[in-house]
Design a binder for this molecule. Sequence first.
Ligand code: ADP
Length: 390
Amino acid sequence: MKILVANLGSTSFKYRLFDMTDERILARGGVERIGSAQSKCFVEVGGQREEWTLEAKDHAVAVRLCLTQLTDKKCLSSPKELAAIGFKAVHAKGLTGVHRVDKHVLTAMEAYNDILPAHNPPYVTAMRLLAKELPEIPLVAAFETGFHETIPPAQKHYAIPREWADSIGIKRWGFHGASHRFIAERATMLIGNPDAKIVSCHLGGSSSLCAIKAGKSQATSMGMTPQSGLPQNNRVGDFDPFALLELMRTTGKSLGELLDILANKSGLEGLSGKSNDLRDVEIAALAGDANSKLALDVYVASVRQYLGSYLLLLGGADAIVFTGGIGENSATMREAICQDLGWFGIHLDGDKNKSAKGETRIEAANSRVQLWIMPTNEELIVARQTAGAI
Ligand code: ADP
């Protein structure tokens, strides 16, 4: 069975094609600048990359183009061989888990367009078009919230009037589900204990921590929306809603304008005033920029706050796993996060940490807790979920 896992932006479509008999990636590719006369296409098969430009007026044209390329490259015997397209969808009102995309799913996603402004609108628009223009291909949405269905009530509920959780769905849903699920499965297997206690630290453009026991999510740092939890590259993370009243009064900005700033001009970018990319913030901090140093300190403090609470929740951990662009690549952030945690049995090996590449362990010999760097594979999880759904 061949499954295409799609990553959609408002003007881009990127994919990985999986052969699910052995979960091999047969090809990756996509189209960028959809809607322009000069759309950029690329396809990579067996390490060979080809790029060219042409006009792809919308996402349906882009997908058809990619299917033709994949057939020309013999990755598919014909476009009909594709069993389904799977999407790493984020959140929909009243829905979680894995679903065939239909009117009900699209309406439920659309209902959250405004609270997930960066995620839902491009997905809903492209999925609607694909469902109409390519009705022969089943579309499957694997929601990020699905992995967190196992979170117990004490971690799931906000202290708000009880009925809001059930009637409106205001609770901690949690996100990065495909990534945390991959880490849960892989780390549990590598530790060799099905009941292993793991703290998964997905640190990237957006970041979240997840407490995992026996492969199941027990708590996670993002809540009702991915705007919450740790500070993100340009999003605020946890914030006191009553501060909004003071901000509205003193800045004269509307609620919508302030939410836009909290969602797009805050986080590392807002604090540092330099960049939303951790690499730039690290360079500026090293050069002595006080606001960049503060941004890094706030980020690390927030990761440690959740890490500490998850060590308490799980009663210690067998492993802490770092993944995502920052988790995999920033030795400085990993070192700052693991600083002075000897009391918890957590000792980082400085040299291993600095020279680490790919999936590897970085704890010192006397560390009771394993420390891992583990590249995540969200697409593989979505491919498995899609295959399961059809
Ligand atoms: P996304 O959450 O958008 O998928 P990624 O997981 O790719 O993003 O992470 C992007 C983040 O990773 C950026 O903030 C970037 O600065 C950071 N990053 C990538 N490479 C490095 C590196 N070598 N050192 C420090 N940070 C890095």
